[in-house]
Write a protein that binds this ligand. Structure first.
Ligand code: XUL
Ligand code: CO
Length: 441
């Protein structure tokens, strides 16, 4: 059985290729500094967007043409596994990610749901034996079912808290069974709609209790995956507790969880929070909390999570700069939490969209490495902060001064000499590097 019969294995053909079904820039063995592309670009396919979603939106029903959709129930779930592994192999992608309900339908109770999961996890495990594609992360969907209307671990209902715990417990077992590198907690409905009926303190305390119990259970069963928090500021709730990296980091420190988690940073979530993608990556990196990435992009004209495939080379360059400076993503990767547009409904579009995303990040990696080799930002920053390398500046950073000495210094100043920040010139320099990469220089 084949689900993508018109598509052959996607190969690297170089920048001048006119074959739409070929990589123009993503060449896994190509060197990026002292590593190769495949070390930095640990791409993942998001099961939900690629095999489960049908293209429906609040105003229209599904548009996607998917040959597996002729099946229903468990037969559909099994057909999706077959399609998924054909897709992974043809794309030659190293990882995939899923939520529990992406891979197996919910039953009428938790026993049945877990039984369905066991069947599909067993099937996935068999397929993984003959596949190069590994599990980057899995997670529990604790937000779609109506029982999560008031949240999951932050629900006002203790029964829902328990139900959510049971689903994560199962998720950790599944992650262990399939050798997941990471386990993700995206807040889902962990937030609130209105303060008027919300006990914020209890909800946040409970969320922390939930995470601690998750950490303990993973340890108990010997599942050593990296735990990841995925911040998002809004949608579905008006106020999400994991608003952005800074908020999430403060939460983790407040509840003594910081040693057990890193962040999974999604580009479109960053922009919804009023940040750039690279801001979130930087915040995590400088605090040693950068774990993994949900690679996508938003639409700046719209105020919600559009989950588009990343095609913005400029943004990918600045993101890859952070990732390379981080020494890579360790056990993390670049998961395409991205969906083809509703109007891109043919199965071929799934390949074209992933090729676009992978090539975009490959260019980004090449340009970022060149910027690092040439110390473009390092020289700018070293020069801009050089006042802290001598005299009073050195005293400040070495902690050998105080307000008395600083006042004496200020009183003795005849004039303060400042230099331009040169922002426009810096941006033009980045353009030059991007264009040179396209020209193959
Ligand atoms: C939602 C989102 C999720 C997480 C996993 O915006 O990004 O799909 O990545 O639950
Ligand atoms: Co995501």
């Amino acid at each position: 059985m084949t689900y993508f019969k018109n598509i052959n294995a996607i190969k690297y053909e170089g920048a001048n290729s006119t074959n739409p079904f070929a990589y123009k820039f993503y060449n896994p063995e190509e060197k990026i500094g002292d590593k190769s592309m495949k070390d930095y670009l640990r791409f993942g396919v998001a099961y939900w967007h690629t095999f489960t979603m049908d293209g429906s939106d609040p105003f229209g029903s599904g548009t996607m043409l998917r040959s597996w959709d002729k099946y229903t129930g468990m037969d559909l779930a099994k057909a999706r596994v077959e399609a998924a592994f054909e897709f992974f192999e043809k794309l030659n992608v190293p990882f995939f990610c899923f939520h529990d309900i992406d891979i197996a339908p919910e039953g009428s109770n938790l026993h049945e749901t877990n039984k369905n999961l066991d069947t599909i996890v067993g099937m996935i495990k068999e397929y993984m034996k003959d596949s190069q594609t590994k599990l980057l992360w899995n997670t529990a969907n604790n937000f779609t079912n109506p029982r999560f209307v008031h949240g999951a671990a932050s629900s006002n209902s203790a029964d829902v808290f328990a139900y959510s715990a049971a689903k994560v417990k199962k998720g950790l077992e599944v992650g262990k069974e399939l050798g997941a590198e990471n386990y993700v907690f995206w807040g889902g409905r962990e937030g609130y709609e209105s303060l008027l009926n919300t006990d914020m303190k209890l909800e946040m305390d409970n969320l922390a209790r939930f995470y601690h119990m998750g950490v303990d259970y993973a340890k108990e069963i010997g599942f050593d995956a990296q735990f990841l928090i995925e911040p998002k500021p809004k949608e579905p709730t008006t106020h999400q507790y994991d608003f952005d990296v800074a908020t999430g980091f403060a939460f983790l420190q407040n509840y003594n969880l910081q040693d057990h988690f890193k962040f999974n940073i999604e580009a479109n979530h960053a922009t919804l929070a009023g940040h750039t993608f690279e801001h979130e990556l930087r915040y995590a990196r400088i605090n040693n909390m950068l774990g993994s990435v949900d690679a996508n992009q938003g639409n700046p004209l719209l105020g919600w999570d559009t989950d588009e495939f990343p095609t913005d080379v400029y943004s990918a360059t600045l993101a890859m700069y952070e990732i390379i400076k981080n020494g890579g993503l360790g056990r993390g990767g670049l998961n395409f939490d991205a969906k083809v547009r509703r109007s891109s409904f043919e199965p071929e579009d799934l390949f074209l969209a992933h090729i676009a995303g992978m090539d975009t990040f490959a260019v980004g990696a090449k340009v970022a490495q060149k910027l690092i080799d040439d110390k473009v930002f390092e020289d700018i920053v070293d020069n801009r902060y050089k006042s802290y390398t001598e005299g009073i500046g050195l005293d400040i950073v070495e902690g050998t001064t105080d307000f008395h000495k600083l006042e004496a210094h200020a009183l003795g100043l005849a004039d303060v000499k400042l230099a331009s920040g040169r922002i426009e010139h810096i941006k033009a320099t980045i353009n030059q590097y991007v264009l040179k990469a396209y020209a193959g220089e």
